[in-house]
Design a protein around this ligand. Structure first.
Ligand code: 5AD
Ligand code: SF4
Length: 462
């Protein structure tokens, strides 16, 4: 009879330590930009490189290989990375054998063009090419430029156990889908991350179990649009995956991001309401409050539809926090459209928002079909108005919490004082409080005593 070989599961820290004990291992340093998806991807890259015999370290000066895992969502994200490459030139001059690679969305977007523009680069690897990184490094080691920007319809890195390096050992990301098929007019993601695909639910549940066995207390299920999670033609949908994850891990907090208004179902809301360990927080990007803009953005929903989703959330989960993404100054946006965004924000009273100026991205529907016709000054002014309003809304939302007591998962020591800790409540709000005898990773009850627009301040109650 054929013997089953069961690979012993090793924790991230064991794997990192083992590699460091090998004096011959080449040293890799990874810097991550952009979204949570990229953070999760860098953890997959850690795993692939450790398996191939590399060591992963924290200090770029000591590295033999440097990877920048990049973002392309807006032009300023790419500018930041180009500036970083310039700074890395100093290291490359000191150490000519240093290999520098660009991974992620900017690598995928610009492909070989980058090799002409950024002399320092030896490797270009897109989001679906990470399994080939050890070979690309080898190729680069012979003095050649190494490129793999192939996108895949299947790759989900399902069987790879990500190595969480800079983690607090309390909260972890687990990716459940890759890519995006929505094709919103402004968004470059479908071009940089390819087609939408879902990861095998067994591999997701296994990874969550592994992380929980390492002591993690909170899992965030990640995807560009988690609501489109679909395994085996509807056998498991997102609500089903959420339920299975929550059921299998009582006492562990479950979060997810990002949801999409068009696809966000009552079934998901009811699943959130049913399980205590699914956090009462939902990030539901609206982008604009104007139907004309939503239509031009090709978002596939109206303002009324969006408001209906918020009402459904509040009906089933009255204490649910809601945050959003907003774009200011999209093509053809009138003052009226902008006001519709402001009045929608006020009507919904978001707890939190990520707010951006529209940045045209080549290849997208908007870049091909519309004029980027709102001048920079107007874009900035509108963004400022949006930010100011959100600050007021966040402050009001936080003021409502003063006097309430929340269960808080302690994530770390406050940057300002070693005697203070910070953590989050179920609603994803940051709370700072005196340490007393609590430890990072504990669940504690904290009574909110005061607040700013960004933070709640409180004290532990027994
Ligand atoms: N310009 C500005 N913001 C953008 N986003 C996506 N594409 C662009 C763009 N071209 C924003 C959206 C999205 C978030 C991740 O980034 O608000 O939800
Ligand atoms: Fe971009 Fe739209 Fe996909 Fe989000 S849902 S990643 S905004 S195309």
């Amino acid at each position: 009879m054929k013997e089953l070989t069961i690979k012993k599961y090793k924790s991230s820290s064991e794997r990192i330590k083992e590699a460091l004990n090998n004096p011959n291992a080449a040293k890799l340093y990874i810097e991550t930009y952009g979204c949570q998806m990229n953070v999760a991807d860098s953890e997959v890259v850690n795993s692939i490189m450790l398996d191939a015999g590399f060591a992963v370290i924290d200090a770029p000066e000591e590295a033999d290989i440097i990877f920048l895992n990049t973002c392309a969502i807006r032009d300023n994200a790419e500018q930041r990375i180009r500036n970083r490459l310039n700074a890395l030139n100093v290291l490359k001059k000191k150490k000519p054998g240093l290999i520098v690679g660009m991974l992620g969305c900017m690598a995928e977007r610009l492909k070989n063009k980058l090799l002409e523009e950024e002399q320092i680069l030896d490797i270009i690897a897109g989001p679906d090419a990470y399994k080939s990184l050890p070979e690309l490094v080898q190729e680069a080691g012979t003095g050649q430029k190494a490129v793999n920007v192939l996108l895949s319809r299947e790759e989900t890195y399902a069987e790879i156990s990500p190595v969480r390096k800079d983690a607090n050992n309390v909260t972890a990301f687990v990716s459940i889908t890759r890519g995006c098929d929505n094709m919103c007019a402004f968004c470059v993601v479908p071009y940089t991350r390819g087609r939408e695909r879902s990861r095998n639910p067994e591999s997701i549940l296994r990874e969550v179990k592994e992380i929980v066995s390492e002591g993690y207390k909170e899992i965030t299920l990640l995807g560009q649009n988690v609501d489109k999670y679909n395994w085996n033609n509807g056998e498991v949908n997102f609500a089903g995956l959420l339920r299975m994850t929550a059921e299998a891990n009582p006492g562990i907090r479950i979060r997810f991001s990002t949801s999409y208004p068009q696809d966000f179902t009552d079934e998901v809301i009811q699943t959130m309401a049913t399980f205590d360990n699914i956090c009462k927080y939902i990030h539901l990007p609206v982008q604009s409050g104007s139907n004309q803009m939503l239509d031009k953005m090709r978002r596939g929903y109206t303002r009324e539809w969006y408001i209906n989703r918020i009402q459904a959330i509040r009906k089933y989960i009255p204490d649910c926090a809601v945050s959003t993404d907003i774009i200011a100054g999209f093509c053809g946006e009138t003052e009226e459209d902008h006001k519709d965004t402001l009045n929608l924000m006020a009507d919904i009273a978001y707890d939190f928002a990520y707010m951006f100026i529209y940045s045209e991205r080549a290849k997208t529907f908007a870049a091909r079909k519309y004029d980027d016709d709102i001048d920079e000054e107007t874009k900035k002014r509108r963004l400022t108005e949006i930010i100011q309003l959100q600050q007021e809304l966040s402050l009001k939302s936080n003021e409502k919490d003063v006097g309430k007591t929340f269960e808080v998962l302690v994530e770390g020591v406050s940057k300002k004082s070693a005697d203070r800790l910070f953590g989050r409540n179920s609603q994803n709000k940051v709370i700072v409080f005196d340490k007393i005898d609590a430890q990072v990773g504990d669940f504690v009850h904290v009574k909110v005593l005061s607040c700013t627009s960004a933070t709640l301040l409180g004290e532990i109650v027994k």
